[in-house]
Design a protein around this ligand. Structure first.
Ligand code: SAM
Length: 239
C-alpha cells in the first residue's frame, strides 16, 4: 500500500522526528542510493552560488551539513556560513562534522527564518523544499533575507519527461530505494515517505514560475540525468 503523507502540522512533526531518527546513517543512505552522485550535484550547486571569501550564506534544511561545509570553504574564515534545520538529530551530525568550527548551525523553521532582511549573498537548499508544508512561505522568506543581487540555489528531484526514463526512475525510487533504506534502518517508514514526497513537489517549470512569482529574476534550472535531479538558480533583483 502506498505511503500517505501526513498533512499540515502533522507533516512537519513527522518530518522533524523522522529525520532526527535516521540522522546517524543519512549520509550512508544518500551515498548508496545515488552511488555517491549527490556529492557531485551538491558541488555543482555550490559552484552556481558564485561565492567569494567574506560572503554571507545560509543553507536551509541543511541536514547533516555537507552542503554547508562546501559553502564554508568558499566564504572562508572572514565569511559567515550558517546551516539551518529543525531536526536536532541532523544538526547534531552537522555540528560534529564541522571540524573547523567556522560554520554555525541554527535550529529553526525554513518558513520563518530568524535572519535579518537583505543580509545574505546566497541561500541554498538541498532536498529540502519538498519536505515543507508550504513552499511559498519559504520562498518569500528566502527572498526577504537575500541582499539585492543575492542568489538562491535549490537542488532536488525533478520531473522526467521521457516516459521510459520516468518509468525506470519511478521503479528505482518507489521500489528499490525504500528497500535499501530498510536494510539500513529495518522497519523505518521514512524510506517510503522519500519517494512519495516528490509526487506533489512542483515540476522544474512550476518551481521556476513560483520563484518568479516571488519576485526572483534570471530564474533557470539545470537538469541532470533527464531531469531526475535538478538545480534551480534564481536572483533577487538589484535595487
Ligand atoms: C532530505 S534532508 C536534506 C539534507 C541536506 N540538505 C542534503 O542535501 O542532504 C531534508 C532536511 O530538511 C529538514 N527540514 C524539513 N522541513 C524543515 C523545516 N520546515 N524547517 C527546517 N528544516 C526542515 C529536515 O529536518 C532534514 O534535515
Amino acid at each position: 500500500m502506498a505511503f500517505t503523507i501526513p498533512e499540515g502540522k502533522s507533516k512537519a512533526d513527522y518530518v522533524q522526528k523522522k529525520f532526527s531518527g535516521i540522522a546517524g546513517k543519512y549520509d550512508l543512505f544518500n551515498d548508496i542510493v545515488t552511488q555517491g552522485m549527490h556529492r557531485y550535484w551538491k558541488r555543482f550547486l555550490v559552484k552556481k552560488a558564485s561565492l567569494k571569501p567574506g560572503d554571507r550564506v545560509l543553507d536551509i534544511c541543511c541536514g547533516t551539513g555537507d552542503i554547508t561545509q562546501l559553502l564554508q570553504k568558499k566564504t572562508g574564515a572572514q565569511g559567515t556560513t550558517v546551516g539551518l534545520d529543525f531536526s536536532p538529530g541532523m544538526l547534531a551530525v552537522a555540528e560534529e562534522r564541522d571540524h573547523t568550527g567556522l560554520s554555525s548551525f541554527l535550529q529553526g523553521d525554513a518558513t520563518v527564518l530568524p535572519i535579518k532582511s537583505k543580509s545574505l549573498d546566497a541561500v541554498t537548499v538541498g532536498y529540502g523544499l519538498r519536505n515543507l508544508v508550504d513552499i511559498s512561505l519559504c520562498l518569500a522568506e528566502v527572498h526577504r533575507v537575500l541582499k539585492p543581487g543575492g542568489r538562491f540555489l535549490c537542488l532536488d528531484m525533478g520531473k522526467v519527461k521521457i516516459p521510459i526514463i520516468r518509468e525506470l526512475s519511478d521503479f528505482y525510487f518507489f521500489k528499490i530505494v525504500p528497500k535499501i533504506g530498510k536494510l539500513i534502518y529495518p522497519g523505518e517508514d521514512m524510506f517510503d515517505y522519500f519517494p512519495e514526497s516528490s509526487v506533489e513537489y512542483p515540476s522544474q517549470q512550476k518551481l521556476a514560475e513560483m520563484l518568479e512569482g516571488h519576485g526572483f529574476v534570471d530564474v533557470s534550472y539545470h537538469n541532470f540525468h533527464f531531469g531526475i535531479v535538478t538545480v534551480h538558480h534564481a536572483l533577487k533583483k538589484r535595487d
